[in-house]
Design a protein around this ligand. Sequence first.
Ligand code: MRU
Length: 349
Amino acid sequence: LRESFFTLRTVAWVGEGRVEMIDQTALPQRLVRRSFDSWEGVADAIRRMVVRGAPAIGVAAAMGVALAGTASKARTRAELMKEVEAAAEGLRRTRPTAVNLFWGIDRVVRAARSAEGGVEEVRGALVREVGRMAEEDVDANHRLGRVGAKYLADGDVVMTQCNAGALATVGYGTALGVVRAASEEGKCVKVIVPETRPALQGARLTAFELSRDGFHCTLISDTAVGSMMQTGRVDKVIVGADRITRDGHVFNKIGTYQVAVLANRHGVPFYVAAPASTFDLTRTHDQVVIEERAVDEVVRVGRRRIAPRGIGVANPAFDRTPPELVSAIFSERGPIESPVDRKIASVIR
Ligand code: MRU
């Protein structure tokens, strides 16, 4: 595959009853797609991070629900809906933090419930809805990219965290969508990429997608974030988000909080880029579950064990950045400037 990440699709519904995804566990060594025809396969892919990133898992999970519909042998609408709801329940249990997952599942189930007619009409509604969701995600990223690009100047060096690029969405990216939009406006923006232990989305995915598209990027270890800022080598930070609560707290990949604290300490603007589907206006920060992943991710680098046995290990996959550390949020509905907690409701309704 030699496509550019400006146009490439991470997740796609390909004809009746099949979903294709780029296998993100194989990157950067191999850029390959995997094909799925059951919701259980999609659930497993989300859990194992074959597909990852909040908007990407939202659409992938919705496509999983649609697969339950297309694969079903149900003869009645009631039977079909039972299978669709069971798939939705199974997919909801894959990962707890990114709200896009629940948003995607709820939206496609709603489309099925409100379809008029029998089995075929419900299947049609499921397939149409996931197609719309995929297109809307790419469109939202282009829009929020243009919103954020206004905050970047030619020559800026931007630090990110994790991968909030094309690979984390259906296409184009959120934080990296802002970088892409700035470059489409003719601005030269360089990106500093923390490796993002333990799953290494920065080193494996962000560095891959940026370098592939010709962006200048510099990979650093996570422990170099403070030093890069202290020595004046970072102009701005832009990260994505997995959930933004109504009180303005940003849940994103582990490590984001320390990047935000350091940015604040050094007077570096800290921006968040996220589509409306990442906002959770029903919850406050204390109601969000932070996923704990397998300790294996921490005690190993690749296949090699690097820590002794018999020790305690914690592996929170996300952290929380409070609103006072956020300079602005870029959404497809416009910018939300500081104090973001007081302005979210007027932009995201
Ligand atoms: O565990 P992951 O790789 O799914 O976590 C992804 C992130 O934290 C991203 O920064 C976030 O989803 C924003 S993606 C546009």
